[in-house]
Structure formats: C-alpha cells, structure tokens
Write a protein that binds this ligand. Sequence first.
Ligand SMILES: [Fe+2]
Ligand SMILES: [Fe+2]
Length: 205
Amino acid sequence: MDLKNIFAEIVANDALHARWLNTLSLMENTGARKISASEDPATVTYIILKHAAEEHRHAFYLKKQIEKIEAVNCPTYAPEYLLAATHSKRYLNQLDIDVCRYLKDKLDLHGKELRFSAYLLVTYAIEVRADELYPVYQDVLTGALSKVNVKSIILEEEGHLEEMINQLQQFSADWQVHADKAVAIEARLFEAWVESLSKEINTAA
Ligand SMILES: [Fe+2]
Ligand SMILES: [Fe+2]
C-alpha cells in the first residue's frame, strides 16, 4: 500500500485517525527531545533553539488536532493510543544509533563532535522525510474535507530543511555524501515503519 492509500484509510476512520495524530505527535516529541538533548549548553545557537521550539510545538499542535475528532480520546502515548507503536517509538532512536555508528566508523568522531554531527545528519534525514510525508497527508485531509490540518507544520518543516542544509554546508565540504548515507539509513527504517503501519490498518479495517 502506498502512503496516500494508507492515509486515506486512516482519515476515513476516526479511531485510526486520532491514533495517527497521536503517533505523529509522539514522533515530533521524540525529535524535539533529541534536539534538546544534543544541545551544547554553551555553544547552542539561535537556529537550534528555534528548531527545538518548533518541533515541540508540532508535538503539541498534533495532539490538539485530536480534539477535532469527536468521541475519540488519546490522552497519553501508551501503545493502545498509537499506530504501529513499537516501530513508531523505535524509528528515531534506531536512526540515531545507526547514524552514530556510521560517523564513528567513517569519520572517527567522538564526544561533542559526534553529538553535533549526528544531530545534523539525523535531523536532515528526518526533514527530507517530513517534507515528503506531510504534504501527502495534507492532500488526503483536504480531499476528505477534514477539519484537521497540518499546513503550519509543512511551512515550518520546509524552513527546517533549508536550515539543516545551511548548517551542513558549514560543517563539512562533502556534507552531501554523509547526508545521502543518513537518508539511505532512514529509508530502510521508514519502509519497515510503513509496513507495520499498513499491517495494523488492515487488521483494524
Ligand atoms: Fe516537526
Ligand atoms: Fe522539523
């Protein structure tokens, strides 16, 4: 099943849709916490603070969108309120682990340097994904005349990708090689996540 079909099935079913919004909220929150955790208390910049604040806002905004779906409640990130709970919780952590391993093996990075470069590459890969995923979801929402919308997130995610590219250009002359590697690592994890999502939707249908 491709993304558009998966989203169409989700949006057509209120219970699934609420859990989907909650799942996106969880993933945004995981991203936000990861950015905050990688901040160096002394050298953290305006752009990193802005990015962390916006990802935290996305988590809250998506949670708030659930209120637009009547009679369904997802009070916490407990597995019963999520879709593909295991994969959704694992996706970002595994991406971080795999990218860190790559950076250690390829560039022999450690400590602060490793933390900062992992932040750049992991976040870049996620922003590439977000720029693909949210517009497809928004198209389905618009087509279904849903009250839910993610347009403000799309706008900010586009800004994030540009900001990540700027930071990567300053970080390394051959940033694209490493960024492509991060995107390839992410693509495998994303595929597994989509498969798990699609299985769960088929069982629910
Ligand atoms: Fe986000
Ligand atoms: Fe973002």
